[in-house]
Write a protein that binds this ligand. Structure first.
Ligand code: ATP
Ligand code: MG
Length: 419
């Protein structure tokens, strides 16, 4: 145990580029961190000279501090996380804290000190601090070398108005922007590998994500819905996802399969999915749809077919994985923690009523003509009505109160409700 208070310094360089938006970005990130670090012994989180400082309760042990810094490092908007101590503005104390911080920094052979003072009311300049604290560290670790260029560990020392902060362990965070700083999107979420990664990418750019899952129910089991719930829980760990609408889609696919030429079925399913997603986006005031499509991956992901599905909606459709290879997507899914869930097989509407040879180069007039005999508007209204909603903890999401009947939009009170 140490007599210094443990702190975690959260760095967020990208926000620095955002000019006058900076204050609101910082506030958003601070609130997201407060919510996601709630299970940890956090006293408070403050802004300190261009960083956020998480103050941990006196007596917090090292393992807990590391765990909390790992959680913080996965939060969008966090560029780097450093762990260390708060101490007085006293060089002896700062040197003692530096020795302690360095002893907890893991394996290393070279180090340097990078001291900054944020107020010139502290008499010692940064160069001098580097020398004094560096000297103390050399004495404490005689077998380690000082290296100015690319050392294994940099011991950070920051002197602010009434305290100083000293840290050594420092790990990169996921970067990006705080969730809630870029609006809201509706993500088409299957239980496959791609769509959770696509969702994460938009969240990492600051968008609050609302999932829509089309289940094959009642023509298939609800197995895919459980997988999507597991995936949403993974995304929830970083505050990325606010809710998931589950739409029982099987009967409508059956109708489509009975009516339209087999080769156009998949495009028709997808156009209907997009329309339902767009209607839910309107309800959520979301500004775009997101899918996990990657060019050429399957028949529905050719340029012609992408065009034929985009034609069904007015909202922009983002496909953050369009140029990403499957192997890269798998690697990202592993990093995100969704890969194992997505690797389980579950029948969803994708496996239902599939034609033997789907169209790969759909012609718009042909698609529109085939669709014109379907009661699409009524179907969209029915499917939106039938959608079931499940809420997840997303600090940046404020459900809009709904004027129409139904349980959705009240925010978190019920786990599952009819939309
Ligand atoms: P994934 O691995 O995400 O399932 P995929 O490679 O299986 O993608 P498709 O089945 O063609 O590809 O789906 C392309 C995209 O369409 C998905 O990434 C997802 O965004 C959306 N999508 C597909 N099926 C569903 C579904 N059942 N519910 C919601 N969205 C879906
Ligand atoms: Mg799929």
């Amino acid at each position: 145990m140490t007599d210094f208070q443990r702190i975690i310094l959260v760095h967020y360089h990208e926000i620095g580029l955002k000019g006058h938006n900076r204050a609101s970005f910082e506030t958003r990130l601070l609130k997201n961190l407060e919510a996601l670090l709630a299970p940890f012994p956090v006293v408070t989180i403050h802004r300190i000279s261009g960083r956020l400082c998480v103050f941990l309760r006196e007596g917090t042990d090292w393992d807990t501090a590391v765990e909390a810094s790992e959680v913080a490092g996965r939060v969008p908007g966090v560029a780097r996380v450093s762990s260390g101590f708060k101490c007085e503005r006293d060089l002896d104390e700062m040197a003692r804290a530096a020795v302690l911080a360095l002893s907890e920094a893991g394996e290393f052979s070279t180090f340097k000190v990078a001291a900054r003072r944020n107020h010139t009311d502290f008499a010692t300049g940064s160069m001098e601090m580097n020398q004094i604290i560096g000297g103390a560290l050399c004495e404490a670790c005689p077998d380690k070398g000082v290296r100015m260029k690319n050392p294994d560990v940099t011991v950070g020392v920051e002197v602010v108005q009434n305290a100083s902060y000293v840290y050594a362990r420092s790990v990169p965070g996921v970067g990006g922007l705080p969730v809630g700083s870029s609006g809201k999107v509706v993500c088409l979420l299957s239980s496959g590998i791609d769509s959770p990664v696509a969702t994460w990418k938009l969240a990492r750019r600051g968008a609050v994500c609302i999932g829509v899952h089309f289940s094959g129910r009642p023509q298939t089991s609800d197995a895919s819905e459980y997988l999507v719930d597991d995936i949403a829980r993974v995304l929830e760990r970083t505050g990325c996802i606010a809710r998931v609408y589950t739409v029982p889609f099987g009967d409508y696919q059956r109708e489509i399969a009975l009516t339209v030429p087999p080769e156009l079925r998949v495009i028709m399913y997808r156009r209907l999915m997009f329309k339902v997603a767009e209607a839910l986006a309107a309800r959520e005031r979301a500004g775009a749809l997101v899918t996990g499509e990657s060019l050429g991956q399957v028949a529905s992901q050719t340029l012609d077919n992408i065009r034929a599905t985009d034609d069904a909606v007015d909202l922009p459709v983002f496909r953050p994985l369009i140029g990403t290879d499957k192997l890269e997507i798998i690697r990202e899914a592993e990093r995100l923690g969704s890969y194992e869930i997505s690797s389980q097989d579950a029948p969803d509407c994708c496996t239902l009523f599939m034609p033997r040879s789907p169209e790969t180069h759909a012609k718009l007039p042909v698609v529109r003509e085939a669709e014109s005999v379907l009661p699409v508007e009524r179907w969209v209204a029915e499917l939106v009505e039938a959608a079931e909603v499940r809420d997840y903890a997303c600090p940046a999401y404020k459900p809009k109160p709904r004027r129409d009947a139904g349980g959705a939009g009240q925010g978190g009170a019920e786990d599952t409700a009819r939309a």
